[in-house]
Every structure is written in C-alpha cells, then in structure tokens.
Write a protein that binds this ligand. Sequence first.
Ligand code: Z15
Length: 828
Amino acid sequence: MAAPEVTHLPNLPNDVEGLRQSIRDAVVRVVGEDPRQATERDWMEALAFAIRERMVERRLLTRRQFADEDVKRVYYLSMEYLIGRMLEANLRNMGILEPARQAMADLGVNLDTILDLEDDAALGNGGLGRLAACILESLATQGYPGYGYGIRYEFGMFRQEFEPYHQVEHPDNWLRYGNPWEFPRSDRKYPIHFYGHVVEHHHPRGETRYTWENGEEVLAMAYDYPTAGYGRRNVNNLRLWAAKATRDFDLRYFNEGDYIRAVADKAESETISMVLYPNDATAIGKELRLKQEYFFVSASLQDILDRHLALGYNLDALPDKVAIQLNDTHPAIAVAELMRLLVDCHELSWDRAWDLARRTFAYTNHTLMPEALETWPVELMERVLPRHMGIIYQINHDFLEQVRHRYPGDNDRLARLSIIDEQNGRRVRMAHLAVVGSHRVNGVAALHTQLLQETLFEDFYNLWPERFVNVTNGVTPRLWMIQANPALTELLGQRIGNDWQYDLDRLRALEPYAHDADLQKAFLDVKRANKVRLANLVRERTGVELNPDVMFDVQIKRIHEYKRQLLKLLHVVDLYRRIRAGEDVAPRVVLFGGKAAPGYARAKGIIQVINEVADIVNHDPAVGDRLKCVFFPNYEVSSASIIIPAADVSEQISTAGFEASGTGNMKLALNGALTIGTLDGANIEIRDAVGEESIFIFGMTADEVVEHRRNGPNPEAILAQQPNLAAAVEMIESGFFTCDDPGTHGDLGRYLRHEDPFFVIADYAAYTEACERADTLYADRTAWAEAAILNVARMGYFSIDRTVRDYANQIWDIIPEPVAPSRTNGAA
Ligand code: Z15
C-alpha cells in the first residue's frame, strides 16, 4: 500500500480565479515566456495546458473507478479520427468554458481570437473518420468505458487550395507548433515486426508451434489524448501510435557509408506513421498502407492484452472484459494478429483462441462500393506478414470446412465465401476475414444494412443471420449544435430548456411551437445571423459577396461521382442560362465544399469545372444576386461548423444505393436546413422522422437504379426529351465556361452523354422539380419556418448518443460507469 500522499490526485480549482492562476503560471512554466510579452499563441498554449492538467486528473479518477468496478471496456480501432479543433470542445466538455473566457479576459485576452488560432486535427478523410470522433465523444459523455486507438499521423488531411480553378494539395503540418493535447508516453512502446519468415516447431504430442523470425522491427510509441465527456466527470482516452526506430536500429556498420545508411534507414522506418492516405471510400493497394494498418493494430492489441492481464484477468475472460470494434476493414488484420498473440505468444490452443477472438471482435461496414473493399494480394501479405498469411489460411480452412458441412458439394458457394479470392490473382478479402472473425457485423443505416444482407454479404447472412445488425449513424449535438450554432442553442434554451443537450429526443418539446409566430421569427433571425456569419467567412476566403436574404443551398462532402456534385452543377448552369434568357427564377446561393482524392482525376475535374462555372456566373452583371456559386476552399471540421448552421437547404443527392448512411445530412437537418435528397442511406430514416413536409425527396429508388441499369441506360435519349438539361450540357461542352485548359469541358460532355455511371441525366428532371418545390416553400417564410422548426424538433433520433447505446446494447454488452464525485477529488 503506497502512502496517501503518493496515491493522492491533485484537485485543481475550476473557478475563474483558479483558472487565471493556472494560465498565468503556465505562460512562465510551460511556454517559458514573460506574461508581459506573451503573444496570443503563447496564451493559447498556456490555456491549453491549464485545461489538460485538469483533464488528466479526471482521466486518472475515471481509470481508478473502472478498475475498482471491474468494468467491461470497448476499444474502437480506427485508421481515422477527424477531430477538428480541441480547445473549445475540451473547455465545454470540462464545464469551464465560461470561467475560462472570463479568466482570459482578466488577462487581457479575447478567447474567441484564441480559439481561431488552432489548427484542425484532421486525422481522417470524411464520414468514417468523423463518426469515430463523434463516437469517442459520446462514449465519454455517457460514461461508457470506451477507448480509441489509431495512428498519430505527422501529416493529416491535405490543405486544399485552388490555383485558380483546380485543386492543389498542400501538406498539413498540424504538429508544427507542438501539440498541447497529447501526452507522449515514451515508456509505452511495443515492437512491431514486418517481413522475415516463419519457422515451424513440430511437437510429438500437441499442436505445431510457430515462430516469426528475422524480420524488421519498428517501435509503436503511445501518445494519449484525453477525451472529456459533456456534463460528467468521465474522461476517456484516445491512444494514437507513432512509429519510432528501435534504439540500435541496424547499426552494425563497417564504415562511414554504412553508418549514414543505417541512420537513413532508421528515419525511413519512422515513415509508417508519417501521412494519412487521403482516399475516402477507395482502397489503396500500397505496401505502406498495409504496414500502417498492421502497425497500429498490433500495438493496440498488445496494449489491450497487457492491460487485461495487468488488471488481473485471465485470457479466457477476454470477451467478458473486452469488446473490440473494427471501424471498416482497415483494422481487420486484427483477427489474425489476436490469433498470433494468443497462440504463438500466450500459447493458447488454436480452438480456444479462436473462440475468444470471435466473441471479442465486431465489424462495422461503411460501404458496398467494390472499389472501397480492401483485398490484399496473397504474395504481398505473405512477404510483409508471413505468419498472418499462415493464420488466415488456417482460419479459412476451418471456416470452409464448416461451409462444406452445411452445403455439401456447393463449390461455387465455397469460392464466393472464401477469404481468399482465387479469381483475381489470389487476394485476401479483408471483409470476409472481418465477418468470419466477428460475432457481430453492422451496417450504418437501415437501407445499407438491408443491402449488405441482400448483396455483398448475402452468403454470410444465409449462414449466420444472427450476426447481422443495423446501427444507424448519428452526430454529436455538442459539436454540431451547441458549439456550431450558439444562437439556435440559446433560442432552444429559452423555449424548451437544456435537457435536449443530454437527451436529443427532447427536442420534440419544440413541436407544439412550430407555428408560433414569435418562435418562427426568432428562428428565421437566428438563421439569418448564421448566414451573415458565413457570408463574412466566404468574403474573407473567396472574395465573393453573398446576400443573406437569398436561399443558401449547400452541398458539402467529399467529391465523388456517386455523390453527384455534377447534378447540382447542371442545375446551376441551367438556372444561369435561363436567367440570361430573361427567365424569372427563384434566387439562390449554391455553396459546394469538399476535397477530391489527389489521384481521383474525375473528382478533380468536377472541382475544376465548378470553379470555372462559379467564376463566370459570379462576375456576370446580368445575374446579380439571383445566382451565386461558391466552392468553399479547404472544407474541414472547423469550416463545417460555420457552414452548416447557415444552410437553408441540404443537398443529399447520391445515386440511391450508394451512400451507406451520410452524417452531414443529419448535421444539416439538425440545424434547420431542409433536405433535398434521394431515398438513399439515412435520408430514408430522416424522412420517416421529420415527415414528408420537411424534406424534398426525389429520384430513383435503390431498386429502380438496379432496374434502370439492367435496362441499359440511354442518356442521349433523355437529353433529347429535356431541352433545359440538353442546353445546360451543351453550354458546358461548348466551352462557354472554359477558363483553364480547353478540352476538359468537352470531355465532361462526353462523360455525361455516354457514360454517366451514376445516372445524373436520368434523375435530372425529378431533381429540378424537387428544387422547385423547395423554392416555392422558401418563398412562404411562415411555411418554411414551420417546416424547418419541425425538422429540428424531430431529429433527436440522429444523436450519436443513441447510436452508441445501440452499439453498447446490441454488440458490446457494456454499461455506463459514470464517475462519481469523491470527497477529496470531487470539485466540479
Ligand atoms: C467513408 O468516409 C465512408 C465509407 C467508407 O467505406 C470509407 Cl473508406 C470512408 C463513409 C460513407 O461513405 C458514409 O455514407 C457514411 O455515413 C460514413 O462512412 C460513416 O459511416
């Protein structure tokens, strides 16, 4: 038993006076600057340090309580965490935003100025990465014992610039000033192996044993990011791994040249955690990517097993104390790695290990798109991870035995189910490995889960129907309402109190006031103020002037053909042509935002043509305020929180059957934007929740899309029937908007006429008709306000807290463990 003064945790004051003291001290003690000379950035750093020391106290209290209560923990394994800025979120969730604002003011510093200095932590691409960040925040907020594991990329998502029309990528050096939120844990390092070969050790009695020898080794070092819950003391942890060379990395040199080479190799081994691959929903077949995946999975599993054993549990209790969620197949090698650790390192029998692994893992699928499904050439896997390849063969062998028993003689089914795809030059299907190695598999919206069961995983569903569940995505109201939309938060507080902040279903209390004229006016005033806020930012970033009294029509998401930014662009061109022809069209501001993967030429072409059209439209004196088109550069979490509260209309117009869920759709609707959308992903559930009168649904359903494709689509025939659409396509391909390379717009015309893989042409008429319904409603301010208020009131289901409870109850079997105030450490 250690002495009380050793086990005591500090208990820092959270009042204005105490905070001011901490911040001023930190300027000297941490930043090393004289408070008389401190810059705004110095104050920001000092403030962050004052918060982080308070966070870590609660982190340790939380950990003690979890250990005392013998809780089951969930570990979320994700290649991506799209967190955004941390300062304001940490202040708010720690309950010290207002005292800190006052303390800073007392020190002569404006908090809002400071908040704007912070770079986004953009360790993710899009929806999948942002979902991971929302889930961690909700786990802490609801008091669940839940931890994130991922990679501490030196460079996150690239910064997007237009030069002047096409996208140029700049490296995101987000750690250049250091990072006050991370705790480097130099004592938490795990060895990670690559390459080498496997040696078999035959035993006369008992199983053959395997050792993995002569590979390369790199260390994974932990960096901890405390994650605070809102309105609770719980603070969880996100552990991100960075690659570090081993201490004596191959320094067996004989001369100077070898020595220099050895040090260069050491640096090379640290490139594993250097950069996030900027691809969203497309698989990357690069060796470095496989190494990243294995690197963070192996480190995380070693850490999880160490903790499990250190807490005094035995390995047989693993599924009772540990749940591991695989965020897509990116960490699916975990199935083989856990088997290796249990069998080769902890000497469990194969069968026992397999039973534990399967009951521990669960897998979330985020897409049906074939190009996003990860498969690794057997040859590559064998070279980089030879032991894992052997383990996968064994898993597959046992699995196919089961299938053979169930479906004797059905060789086609065997080939379809196999973890090894034998058709395309022998590849490991990571999704199959994940399904076989998990006790639950979930899709991320009702339609998506249904399609998973009917298409991608049909054979698996027939085999194990009980394994498949739906968990519809959600968003955190702390960031996407309270932080992003303080004006609406304030209005809600006045009308219905603040209970909704903890239980978003309580927004329903707003419903009875939807036709209250005072509320409608206040609601429209809030929206207008948010539009002015956005217009100021757009002026600053692009020079374009926006009229806040015109409808703001917003499409913000990664650039993908299936998301159909081209459908919106055709509408812009159509409106522009008709305005020039003297037609009276409803005015609108169209705002696009989003990045294209650097290697996705078609997506980059879409950005370029939007920028070119925007340039012409915005400078045409004949147009004025009736049409503006803006491509907001470098769309990221921090700009999303300005754009979303200012949107009147939310564009969710993916080809039905292709968007697994969407989460931007939820953020926008929650902030009062009305959706124009297809019956795709979570749009369907949003329609069911908000009602037909608060959403504009259009276009082919997922079934109709399949049927349409089967019938052999003929875009030219449709164009011949639709003069406005034809004129828009002709206007583009004529080069009217060409500002940059001539030829690209002609190519786009050919693409629409002869390829149109996502049926932009086929859905165009229905789409513009939906836009016109929106225009009509928008013109009636009272009717619009009522629909938008009802929209907000009915979005409670899409809280990430509901999502996380669904995972906890259907998949993880964990319960909340709220941290109680204690006598010595209980100050609020
Ligand atoms: C990604 O952001 C998504 C799916 C993927 O397969 C990859 Cl690799 C990245 C998105 C889906 O496209 C989107 O519909 C969904 O809402 C999001 O994941 C979160 O589930």
